[in-house]
Ligand binder design. Structure first.
Ligand code: HCA
Ligand code: CU
Length: 486
């Protein structure tokens, strides 16, 4: 089949499915920033929250709706009146209803319901949603483990009741592209005039392959999330999908889409870093190693690249670093040269760069020790707000007995605390922080899971709205920014 540009539409679910990823909890201002970046990209729809789940979700959806973004907001709801009422109350234009019909759903989700009762519920819920003035998507949960006859019955019920879109969900990520292709073709033949969305979990590592197969077979909406976040190992990755669609000539990608900035923000805010060897956004995606590849790459950057790296904010690189011999893993510190350290600490003692990739080649840890031998007289100097892309840790060790004797003030997000040694301060990725020494002597150790200080900080081209809104007293332009996470 051949398709026009614009045929494939993307519904990004970072703010719904992505929030179901283990350990992920976006702050409202972080979610707002992500929604804005998604709208700027643009994607065609943003799925956000489940308002019936509680006041936090309700507030989140209301805040995102209030942004008045150009792409419509869809919110999630079980197929029941209370959830749909909550969706109405959230102000979202669309509601995404979901209900499964297979034996697993009958055993574990809607225990004791017959197939007919489930079909009636689908019709009632879709009808009710439409009556409330919502546009309705109906998702057949666990569709990939559902018999084709039942799939068609469930979608027929939804379409008859007025669903504006149907969604086939591979909830446990079991599909293979050939099977995806065949089921999507059947659905397109049966419901030729209804928009068809597909939602693929990545449990077999096939979410992107299934998305591409579904597009070839005629599905026109793809569920994605940034960096593939979602339940367990997540769903189709937005950046990988966009790069693939560009490659296949189905959607144009340009550096202005700012995919890398989005991916970096979401990696930090979700505290789920992108693996170096992840396709498209991994730092090795355009890095070449063997002498043969390196030589060819020097002659022509595209010799071993599948895509122009600039489109996704990357550069072609030749891998140079590798870990030195074991004897060279022990190294004396360097006096930290970085002007930002000197700015902070010139009055309180020396800063020692204990470890980073300049001291131990290919080391992926950064450690700075500040010897605090004097209490600063000009305390306002240490007020720089920083945001790291990865988790980090400050250890406070005083010079007195039992490591006592050092006192600092730490402001993490919008909470200020006085911390006395011995103590540790854990700084989650994406959380703005600052600190200043109040009194005493000792050592302050800052350890970061990054190759270097500068690479751990956010790119200055992205507006640090999180900091501006959560730390009103501190000027955004003082934010310490630097290279992005490549
Ligand atoms: C869920 C399940 C779901 C729903 C998808 C959808 C799935 O988390 O509740 O409503 O479109 O994978 O089936 O994400
Ligand atoms: Cu899902």
């Amino acid at each position: 089949m051949t398709f026009n540009q614009g045929y494939v539409r993307i519904i990004d679910q970072t703010l719904r499915e992505g929030r179901q990823s283990p350990g992920v909890k976006f702050k409202v201002n972080q979610a707002v920033e992500i929604a804005q970046m998604l709208a700027d990209l643009p994607v065609e729809q943003i799925e956000c929250g489940h308002p019936a789940a509680g006041p936090e979700d309700m507030e989140l959806v209301q805040r995102i709706v209030a942004l008045g973004l150009p792409c419509p907001i869809i919110t999630h709801a079980r197929s029941c009146q209370t959830d749909i009422d909550a969706a109405v109350h959230s102000g979202a234009e669309w509601v995404g209803l979901f209900l499964g019909i297979n034996d697993v759903s009958q055993r574990t989700r809607v225990v004791g319901w017959s197939v007919q009762e489930i079909l009636d519920r689908i019709m009632d819920a879709v009808t009710y949603g439409r009556q409330q003035g919502l546009l309705v998507r109906y998702t057949l949960e666990d569709a990939s483990r559902t018999d084709t006859g039942l799939i068609l019955k469930a979608f027929t019920a939804a379409v008859k009741a007025g669903a504006n879109r149907i969604c086939f969900s591979d909830t446990v990520g079991i599909l293979k592209p050939e099977i995806t292709s065949s089921i999507v073709k059947t659905l397109k033949q049966t419901f030729p005039n209804t928009d068809l969305e597909v939602h693929f979990h990545n449990d077999r590592g096939l979410a992107i392959a299934n998305a591409l197969a579904a597009i070839d077979a005629g599905a026109n909406w793809i569920s994605t999330s940034v960096n593939g976040l979602g339940e367990r190992v997540g769903i189709t990755d937005l950046c990988q999908l966009m790069a693939n669609l560009h490659y296949d000539g189905l959607r144009t990608l340009t550096p202005e889409n700012q995919l890398r900035e989005l991916s970096c923000r979401v990696a930090a805010y979700s505290r789920t870093p992108v693996a170096d060897n992840q396709p498209v956004m991994g730092s090795y995606a355009f890095t070449h190693r063997s002498a043969l590849h390196a030589r060819a790459t020097r002659r022509d950057e595209m010799a071993y690249n599948w895509l122009n790296p600039a489109l996704v904010g990357a550069r072609t690189q030749i891998a140079q670093d590798q870990l030195p011999e074991v004897e060279q893993l022990v190294t004396p510190p360097a006096i930290a040269q970085d002007t930002s350290f000197q700015m902070i600490h010139w009055r309180i003692g020396k800063s020692y760069l204990m470890l980073d990739h300049s001291l131990v080649s290919d080391c992926r840890q950064f450690c700075l020790v500040q010897d605090i031998s004097r209490t600063p007289r000009i305390q306002s100097l240490d007020q720089t707000v920083r945001v790291h892309q990865v988790d980090s840790l400050i250890l406070l060790l005083g010079r007195e007995a039992n490591l006592n004797g050092l006192k600092i003030e730490v402001c993490l997000d919008d909470i200020t605390q006085i911390v006395e040694s011995p103590a540790s301060v854990f700084i989650p990725a994406g959380i703005p922080y600052r600190y200043r020494v109040i009194s005493g002597r000792g050592a302050l150790i800052h350890h970061i899971n990054a190759r270097s200080w500068s690479q751990s900080l956010f790119d200055s081209t992205v507006k640090p709205s999180a900091v501006q809104s959560t730390m009103p007293g501190i000027l955004g332009d003082r934010l310490q920014t630097n290279q992005m996470c490549v």
